[in-house]
Design a binder for this molecule. Structure first.
Ligand code: MTE
Ligand code: HPA
Ligand code: MOS
Length: 752
């Protein structure tokens, strides 16, 4: 039986953190969260809570042995509040008790006095008051917008908002910290970034990095929500463990998780677009007001990706994109699939739709006219290489017969009054690499055991995206042996040091490449050993295939196992460490020019929707896409990644709505008030074609990254809905903010 994660998931055999057999005597932590979004702490009284039987300790910022600081990019986030709180859900104290129930009860007995301060939840208001996480605007520009407006036949301006998004990973944030002899700690964490956890634990406990071992077994989903925000819970468990000398486990409840953790960044954006009368975009200005929440987290990096993707799949010769990272009294917002890219692209699509309506031109004509071509330059200075924007667009149009989609939609709308259909196209272009060049490195540790079985450890964290399978496939290709002989290990900082988070869709690319290099090293040793021992004719071709050694394309009777055991007996090193640093990338964060991405991923989707114009409800009828997967090494995984990302993107644009009230309280903190797409909402028809691509792609074995790019196809659902609304109510405007929930659809259907 093949060793598939999916099979174990289905059988319920997969171990997630809370299933892990924690040592006996493990204590449980619960967090006292700020109930107030902004205020000065006057007093915290833990005396009643401490009296509860089974409570072992309660800790506040005063109990931290090292620094009370968990900020990554900017050191602006405390682990436990000091004298001020800045968002509802901010950790103030940690209770450790014999059971989770006792710990939670004790949290309820903590008394707290606070002087409330003004609460800001809107990024533009924060901007106007000068509450910025980074003091200056980040600006990406090319050409001159100022000198170009006068050459434009049409200029349009507007403001548009996009909403946040809850990650809703099935497994909530969780960690288990265990003391180990010599003042060391082992932390198991549901994190995308074990090295990040290791570094922060050592800083907060004031011990060296080599005293902290962090392990991620597998995640029940991360989607970016555990890139930075798994750290606090791991560090809190470690703090409890440090204080009490016992293992401490923290698992957030769903409601705690929804309340206390950051989400996708909502944005408010002002745009101005200038076009010629035949629809060529000459000039584009945009100002992004990013709602960062109360601390930086990854917001500045996310803002950079918004700016990099502000022009989407299009070439625009004159651009000025400015980004403001605005500080509000919400939980610090964080990475979420697309990492700011979707927010950037949505604004330009809005501008194009507004222009198209005013110019009486189908939006897809403007889209098509401006698609990127080979060698054209992005505002950040990189030029397209092996550009597939037009290929994907044309082949989507032809394969899925856009003309007939258009005609059928028009016919349907003519013969139906209360139901209206709409369709929209969405081209995507997504840059692959961490925007921070430093992070584009990965390592792999490969052991071939004496029985011929193989173990691979990398920095990649498995969170459902299939990276473990892809890494096994890489080793399988190089050693010419079956997948059943290869195991992908848990991710552990003692086996792989200084790793980057598994993020930016580059987990398989980078860790796969590091694994390729490590395996090639062992391959070379095995080859040299075989040639020395067996003396085949000079310049014979050595290969490993089908579990055997092949010489000059003919199979020998040397099995891989025999080769390995012989090599072992001859004292050949059967372990290797591979290191991969993505080549040819650089970026100057002063000028905002460079070559930040190893390559780009392209695609085009066509989405058709059907709106019930009496109720405002709608169905996503079909999604047809042509996507550039490169030379996929696992089409089944890649297709499911594309489908999952697409549905998550549609959810962001349509039904998923996060609402905070003006006191900074999250109103949508359960699954009855926060809706995500389910099977019933999933379109009956999702067809994703693989673009034929024989290029030398920069991903592992000529493949391309897949995790995030298809998310942005979801934007087509929004505009398909807008088009359907327009069919019913031509007076509806275009500055509709996302998400387009059924309520909002209804309001727009009857807007005057
Ligand atoms: N797929 C599943 N099933 N679960 C996840 O948490 N995260 C996404 C994507 N696909 C995610 C997922 C995000 S945000 C990223 S960046 C990539 O997977 C990370 O993995 P990769 O780099 O190996 O593609
Ligand atoms: N993508 C995802 N995560 C990141 C990035 C990025 O570009 N940069 C830092 N963390
Ligand atoms: Mo993905 S948002 O880069 O974890």
């Amino acid at each position: 039986m093949l060793n598939y994660d999916s099979i174990r998931h289905v059988k319920g055999e997969s171990i997630f953190l809370d299933d892990y057999n924690a040592p006996s005597g493990t204590l449980h932590g619960a967090v006292f969260f700020s109930p107030v979004a902004h205020g000065k702490i006057k007093n915290i009284d833990i005396s009643d809570a401490l009296k509860i039987p089974g409570v072992k300790g309660i800790y506040t910022c005063k109990d931290i042995p090292g620094v009370n600081q968990i900020g990554g990019i900017i050191q602006d986030e405390v682990l436990l509040a000091e004298d001020e709180v800045e968002f509802i859900g901010e950790p103030i104290a940690l209770v450790v008790a014999e059971t989770q129930l006792i710990a939670r009860n004790a949290v309820g007995k903590i008394k707290f006095e606070i002087t409330k301060l003004d609460v800001i939840t809107n990024p533009k208001i924060a901007f106007e008051k000068g509450h910025l996480i980074i003091p200056k605007a980040r600006i990406y520009s090319c050409g001159s917008t100022e000198n170009t407006w006068k050459n434009c036949d049409y200029v349009f301006e507007g403001t548009v908002e996009s909403g946040g998004q809850e990650h809703l990973y099935l497994e909530t944030q969780a960690s288990l910290a265990m003391p180990v002899e010599g003042g060391c700690f082992k932390i198991i964490s549901s994190t995308q970034n074990p090295t990040g956890v290791q570094r922060t634990v050592s800083k907060v406990l004031n011990i060296a990095d080599n005293k902290v071992e962090c392990e991620a077994m597998r995640l029940g989903g991360g989607f970016g929500g555990k890139e930075d925000q798994a750290t606090a819970w791991a560090v809190l468990a470690a703090l409890g463990s440090y204080k009490l000398g016992k293992p401490v486990k923290i698992v957030l409840s769903r409601q705690e998780d929804m309340k206390a953790t950051g989400k996708r960044h909502p944005y408010i954006s002002d745009y101005k677009i200038g076009l010629t009368k035949d629809g060529k975009i000459l000039s584009y200005e945009v100002a992004f007001y990013q709602n960062a929440g109360a601390a930086a987290d990854l917001s500045p990096a996310i803002l950079d990706r918004t700016l990099a993707h502000a022009t989407g799949s299009y070439f625009i010769p004159n651009v000025k994109a400015a980004g403001y990272c605005c500080k509000t009294n919400l939980p610090p917002n964080t990475a979420f699939r697309g990492f700011g890219g979707p927010q950037g692209m949505f604004v330009l699509e809005t501008a194009i739709y507004k222009a198209a309506a005013a110019m009486n031109m189908p939006p897809y004509e403007i889209q098509e006219k401006n698609l990127l071509k080979e060698g054209e330059e992005f505002p950040y200075g990189q030029k397209t290489e092996f550009c597939k924007a037009v290929n994907c667009w044309r082949s989507a149009k032809e394969k899925f017969n856009l003309d007939s989609i258009r005609d059928e939609t028009a016919n349907f709308n003519k013969s139906n009054f209360l139901f209206k259909k709409g369709f929209a196209l969405m081209p995507i272009c997504f840059g692959i690499s961490f925007t921070n060049t430093m992070l584009n490195q990965a390592s792999s540790l490969v052991h071939v055991y004496a029985d011929g079985s193989v173990s691979v450890s990398t920095g990649a964290v498995e969170m459902g995206q299939g990276v473990n399978m892809k890494i096994r496939q890489v080793a399988s290709r190089i050693f010419g042996i079956g997948l059943d002989k290869i195991k992908s290990e848990t991710t552990n900082t003692t086996r792989n040091a200084n790793t980057s988070a598994t993020a930016a869709s580059s987990g398989a690319d980078m860790n796969g490449n590091a694994t390729r290099l490590a395996c090639l090293e062992i391959f070379k040793r095995l080859k040299d050993f075989y040639i020395k021992k067996n003396n085949p004719a000079a310049d014979s071709e050595f290969a490993l295939n089908d579990g055997y050694v092949w010489i000059n394309k003919s199979k020998t009777n040397f099995s891989f196992e025999k080769l390995v055991i012989d090599a072992y007996k001859n004292r050949i090193d059967l372990s290797a460490h591979g290191f991969y640093a993505t080549p040819k990338i650089f970026f100057n964060p002063e000028t905002n020019k460079g070559n930040p991405f190893a390559y780009h991923v392209y695609g085009t989707a066509i989405i058709v929707v059907n709106v019930d114009c009496l109720r405002g409800t709608y169905k996503i009828e079909s999604v047809h896409a042509v996507h550039d997967f490169g030379d996929s090494i696992n089409p089944a995984i890649d297709r499911s990644q594309a489908e999952g990302a697409l549905m998550q993107g549609i959810g962001w644009m349509t039904m998923e709505e996060i609402i905070f009230n003006s006191d900074g309280k999250l109103l949508t903190d359960t699954l009855s008030t926060y809706k995500v797409p389910d099977m019933g909402f999933t379109p009956e028809k999702i067809e994703i074609e693989f673009l034929e691509n024989k290029d030398k792609n920069a991903g592992v074995f000529n493949s391309k990254a897949i995790g995030e790019p298809p998310f942005m196809y979801g934007i087509a659902a929004f505009f398909a809905l807008v088009n359907a609304i327009k069919e019913f109510n031509p007076k509806a405007g275009f500055d509709i903010s996302s998400p387009l929930t059924p309520e909002k659809v209804l309001m727009n259907l009857y807007a005057k």
